[in-house]
Design a protein. Structure first.
Length: 200
């Protein structure tokens, strides 16, 4: 499957917000300037459609998804009963690669996705290699001992275990306690505009 392998800072500068979640002095210094040779001229005035598009691109890039997969999540959230914005957040946050990231096993979602696709993650003692696998409430996510013994991972595991309220982690094992609410997920995105973009 195709995926973006270029510079992450370029995407952050395009959207005007830090999409990586990691602090970087070089990014913070240039975040207000769009990438490219025309970036210094500043941002042009954008239309209502353009605002919706940017919010959609922002959310899609935060989770590292391609258009087809992301639009499928939006369509699924729109079909089901309940608050569409809340459902979209839950679909995105319950992806296995995101749960691994939220539990503090990885520094980024991209790293978490690599752990999953390389077979280093177990869900209820079953090896899962699909990053988009939907984790259910109460599922136990564990890192395989081989990965947990790597120095970089051991250092990450020694950090604070209570990363977010909707997951619980003890050393190399964690549980999804419940589905998160939109307010618990601190993404710099207006979800209503994302839904409006697809409902045109």
């Amino acid at each position: 499957m195709a995926r973006y392998t270029g510079p992450k800072h370029k995407l952050s500068r395009r959207e005007g917000v830090n999409l990586t979640g990691k602090l970087s002095q070089s990014l913070e210094r240039r975040i207000s300037t769009p990438p490219g040779s025309q970036g210094r001229r500043g941002r042009r005035k954008i239309t209502g459609y353009g605002i919706q598009l940017r919010e959609k691109q922002k959310l899609k890039r935060i989770y590292g998804l391609l258009e087809k997969q992301f639009s499928r999540y939006v369509a699924q959230a729109s079909r089901e009963q309940g608050n569409t914005e809340e459902l979209l957040v839950q679909f995105l946050e319950s992806r296995l690669d995101n749960v691994v990231y939220r539990m503090g096993f990885a520094h980024s979602r991209a790293q978490a996705r690599q752990y999953v696709s390389h077979g280093h993650v177990l869900v209820n003692d079953q090896r899962i290699t699909i990053p988009s696998y939907k984790v259910q409430e109460g599922d136990i996510v564990t890192l395989r001992p081989k990965l947990a013994s790597v120095e970089v991972v051991k250092e990450k595991l020694s950090e604070d275990e209570n990363v977010v309220d909707f997951v619980k982690r003890t050393k190399d094992k964690g549980t999804l306690l419940r589905m998160p609410t939109r307010d618990e997920v601190a993404n710099p995105v207006d979800y209503a505009l994302v839904i409006e973009f697809y409902s045109r």
